[in-house]
Design a protein around this ligand. Sequence first.
Ligand SMILES: Nc1ncnc2c1ncn2[C@@H]1O[C@H](COP(=O)(O)OP(=O)(O)O)[C@@H](O)[C@H]1O
Ligand SMILES: [Mg+2]
Length: 414
Amino acid sequence: MRADGEFTKEVALKTVRVGYDVSSVLERFRNERQILASLDHSNIARLYDGGTSAEGIPYLVMELVDGIPIDSFCDAGKLNITRRLELYLEVCSAVQYAHQRLVIHRDLKPGNILVTKKAIPKLLDFGIAKILDPATATDVTIVRPMTPEYASPEQIRGEPITTASDVYSLGVALYQLLTGRSPYRMTTRTPHELSRAITDTEPERPSTAILRQLAAKDSSSASRTPEQLSDAREPSLAKLQRRLSGDLDNILLKALRKEPQRRYASVEQFAEDLRRHLDGRPVSARKDSWSYRSGKFIKRHKAGVAAAALMAATLVAGVAATVREAKVAERNRLRAEKRFDDVRKLSNSLILKFTIRSNGCPARHRHESCCSTARSSIWTNFPATPAATLNCNASWHGAINVWRWCREIRRSPI
Ligand SMILES: Nc1ncnc2c1ncn2[C@@H]1O[C@H](COP(=O)(O)OP(=O)(O)O)[C@@H](O)[C@H]1O
Ligand SMILES: [Mg+2]
């Protein structure tokens, strides 16, 4: 309020929390003031001025918005999904407007999106995060996100911030608006768990997240049961689930992708997909491809995948070895059969020779001649034949041994 009484206007004053380096805040404010004050959009609360109080505390003078945070507004009015999306499109147009003027919000969340009684959303604190954060004096990085729940993975990691970070935060806020749930299933909600979820965990599909029961101690949501949250949105839980599954699942998951370059390239494209969905036209967001998802899976479960791959390789090697062994065994069987056949033929011919010679030779020569013929023939063809069997030079017994052995082979089954 102006002290000279020339005109009065109620404004909001934002002072800097204790702990900030006051002089650097002022310096950043001076740098940014021109840009922020030039943001002239019906859905953006104007930044009028700033200064230092008598006590030396910096303050910002802003348009006073008579409204309530967008999530409370939607729940209080029991707005259905279509109405919530239409309202959100106005929010997107404001963010897109600022992005075209190279201003990134950096702290988008329901608390910074107030909706007036006339249902006009107004964005607060545009670019203020940059002024208040000591890490952003000169560059575009932010080390300590203002509101971790809505911070993008790159904000959590302290990496460069682009307009894609606002796309992500807009995605989280819309996810909550439509589902009444956080994109990540968490048990403790400690800052550490939250940071890990944001950087490493894939968000749950919105159509599935609405079925999640909240613990009674979790006071962050008024809609603890799925029925309570669907009651504020659609006639039944089944209808809400049908409304979210498909397009809206895909659109939100695309806005929430971990890699900034895989999200919507601009807020305008995000809004365009929401409009396409409302008009019943095909949206650009698709489910992640199988190869991309399997790539991510492998990255997340390196050890498990390596173990499974090793097992699979062992199995394949085992099967290959068994097949090879079987082939070798079959080959050996055929070879053995052929040899056996040869032996039989040979034994037949030997018995014949033996008989003929026995009949035609003088007695003392018979056995020697027959035995040597048999022995040399068998050894030539079958070097592995036991010597004892053929040790038949000296006597008739030896010759008869050979004869028996041949007969034995001839009779035995293949
Ligand atoms: N320009 C404003 N007009 C009306 N209410 C405001 C304005 N700025 C902030 N508020 C209210 O003050 C609350 C705290 O705001 P703020 O100091 O920016 O904290 P936060 O870090 O949660 O955004 C907001 O949730 C909002 O309800
Ligand atoms: Mg705020």
